[in-house]
Design a protein around this ligand. Sequence first.
Ligand code: FAD
Length: 411
Amino acid sequence: METKVCIIGAGPGGACAALQLAQMGIPSIVVDKAVFPRDKVCGDGLSGKVLTILERIDKDMGKRLQQAVFKMDSWGVKFVAPNRIGMDIPYAPNYQEDMSNPRGFVCKRIDFDNFLVDEMKRRPEITLYEGTSIDKYELLSDGYLLSNNSGTFQVKTQLVIVANGAHSSFTKDVAGIKMEPEHYVAGIRAYYKGITGLHKDNFIELHFLKEMLPGYLWIFPLPNGEANVGVGMLSNNARNNKINLKKLMVDTLAADPVMKERFANAELVGSIDGYGLPLGSKKRKLHGERYMLVGDAGYLIDPFTGEGIGNALYSGRIAAQKAAAAIAANDFSDKFLDAYDEDVYRILGPELQVSTKLQKLIKYPWLFNWLMKMGSRNKQLQELMSCMFHEVDLRKKLGKPMFYVKLLFNR
Ligand SMILES: Cc1cc2nc3c(=O)[nH]c(=O)nc-3n(C[C@H](O)[C@H](O)[C@H](O)COP(=O)(O)OP(=O)(O)OC[C@H]3O[C@@H](n4cnc5c(N)ncnc54)[C@H](O)[C@@H]3O)c2cc1C
């Protein structure tokens, strides 16, 4: 087969690239080693970014996601500091006045990713191959030859969009980006039924428990009385301290006084599974001759929140736009594709930088404790934190010492 664009991976990043290309009338071949619907280990939290990008590609697609029954609308985040003081931060201040337009969701990846695959199947411009792994990449003078191990599947393409996730061998072998434990999180995820004490408006919960620092435990409410529960921790911490995340989570849910009560009648549904989170806490080169790296394959996960789906969608859409420009100019060179990195880091860079600073704050539990204590009493601070979800400039303040000094004296 021959094509102008081949996308490896039909997760959020790859699907978004294909859908944006289709919207511009450009055909693509998408290849995924899995057969959908397939699971992906994840916290299943979808931020406002997801809907924003899907709406930008196609307003009706955004509407279809909003109407989907398999997701839980969520209106905010509950942060719980090591001293157990919690602060509820809605995604928008005064959200109760209009609850007709939720922007945050929790949605099992088996359903969300399948939604995107169904969207791809609606488009005649997209040819999707499932159950097919791309294992070999050969750069020729006039394109890339991609194939599976046995050589029974081959695609010759002008340009490759690499969106095959955290374990991408293309990222490692061709782009030369290696896993660095200080820029990588190890995560585990489980589904539980019957947890008590969930927020009435389905706020997602992040618990920075003492025994888990600098990692944290999350509880994200799902439909049908289920919740996604997991733990994430920087890989160098987990490694150096020989921490078994599965054991840490199970022991904490059984022994921690608050969790013990909330999980007293909860039932584990399925198994506890783990996967890596490649973080965007370091700037990397995301393209080369005839290729662009998208989503987890480009190490674009937010280092503070662990959010990667939104960034996969953003980078997928930008890659599609740059692919269109490359086709128009008939130029697929490393130099021409510089524009991809420029746009990705212009759009996502400031947020990634702020989150890298915030991630470091978790190392100071006393600061976190104090911030939560102040916030729990201070409506202004709660509103400020709420606005921070939308405004990176505001979030930047959290990384500056002066912010805390002002907070202290403006009580
Ligand atoms: C424990 C955990 C919790 C997380 N929680 C959240 C959260 O709550 N919210 C959030 O936004 N993000 C979260 N993330 C991050 C999020 O899961 C990723 O950022 C997101 O899945 C990235 O999308 P992607 O399309 O880049 O890659 P993926 O979703 O990994 O998709 C890659 C696709 O490529 C396919 N593939 C792989 N290799 C090949 C190959 N050789 N040939 C063909 N196909 C291939 C795979 O089958 C897969 O379908 C979490 C991650 C983990 C591990």
